[in-house]
Design a protein around this ligand. Sequence first.
Ligand SMILES: [Zn+2]
Length: 101
Amino acid sequence: MADTQSDQNIQVVHGTNGGYRQHLKSRTRACLACSDANARYQRARKILTGKVTTANLPITTVAALLEPGVDVPALLAEALTGEVLDAIEIRVAQLKGQADA
Ligand SMILES: [Zn+2]
């Protein structure tokens, strides 16, 4: 959840990649929410550019996926966040398009 706070007269929207950049610009230590948002942004970018080809799931999530009757799409959506899932969908579509061509 993003929230705003004035850090040294710079409006920081915490929990976003823009907020992370504002932390850098204002030379304040990035809060956990902004650091997490930047990590998700970077991960999504690396997936989109093909620099990363794995989903990097925590082993507890992998174990949960192996349980019978688990809601796999819901569990993956919870584990990967929207922007990373979106990046995976886009990248897979790109790779399928290359395979079809
Ligand atoms: Zn922040």
